[in-house]
Write a protein that binds this ligand. Structure first.
Ligand code: 6PG
Length: 245
């Protein structure tokens, strides 16, 4: 992995949530002051949950930036939003149901639809949104990512090599845990972001983190996250970073 990245190591998962929320807020405010809006895509899984909860508390909840924030999803499991595996459903519980964000600024991925059609529909949602703000390319202000113990990120899995070369903005795949159909943004979109922030917590991530940073012989989806122009920050807690040299 290239050295041209920021790596921040904090002491524990609480600090990770605290620092993640602070960075989210700083990037939101800067984006709004530069361009009038903040466009973010969030991931699912367990790691971002504490940060989402933190963002739903003071000082963040009472901040004005939510009015100009637009929230999209990096990936989604194609289950009902009420299902515990739903990324949108979980974010709704932890964050969306509490913050003062206009409801038409929230763009969940469609799940009650054929996976391929869902991917096309979300790609259309992205195209329409970005064109409405004068951008032909999908340039997010911030994309939040996690990593699985197998090196997947978003829902781009190591065993699905075709996803590496796919030029669509959104694709449907089946895999992961839970092993269901999913929709995911592709590298084409992810690598265009102005800021990419990985959140990684816990000792079960220590080996994959080591292999990401210190083993050039393995190719993993998370290694393909190389922003074309933006910044890439890895925010790790000490357990996740414990095997690093
Ligand atoms: C998903 C995710 C996925 C996640 C990693 C880490 O919906 O499955 O977006 O890419 O970020 O698997 O998940 P954990 O935080 O649960 O370890």
């Amino acid at each position: 992995m290239s050295d041209n990245i920021n790596r921040i190591i904090v002491s524990n998962s609480n600090q990770l949530a605290e620092k993640g929320a602070k960075m989210f807020c700083e990037i939101a405010k800067k984006s709004i002051s530069d361009r009038g809006r903040f466009v973010v895509a969030v991931s699912g899984g367990s790691t971002p949950r504490a940060m989402h909860v933190r963002l739903s508390q003071d000082p963040y909840i009472s901040d004005a930036f939510w009015q100009n924030t637009h929230i999209f999803w990096v990936d989604e499991r194609m289950v009902d939003f009420a299902h515990p595996d739903s990324n949108f459903g979980t974010a709704r519980k932890d964050l969306l149901g509490k913050i003062p964000i206009p409801v038409n600024h929230i763009y969940p991925m469609p799940v009650m639809i054929h996976p391929k059609e869902g991917a096309e529909l979300y790609q259309m949602t992205l195209k329409t949104f970005f064109q409405s703000i004068g951008q032909d390319d999908p340039v997010f202000d911030l994309i939040l990512l996690g990593i699985g113990t197998d090196g997947h990120t978003a829902s781009l899995f190591p065993e699905q090599a075709f996803t590496y070369s796919n030029q669509s903005w959104v694709i449907s795949v089946k895999g992961g845990h839970p092993n269901v159909f999913r929709l995911t943004l592709t590298y084409v979109v992810l690598n265009r972001a102005r800021h990419i922030l990985f959140l990684v917590s816990g000792k079960d991530k220590a080996l994959i983190v080591k292999s990401l940073f210190e083993d050039n012989t393995v190719d993993l989806p998370a290694k393909n996250i190389r922003p074309l122009r933006g910044t890439l920050t890895w925010l790790l807690d000490q357990e996740a970073a414990s095997q690093l040299f």
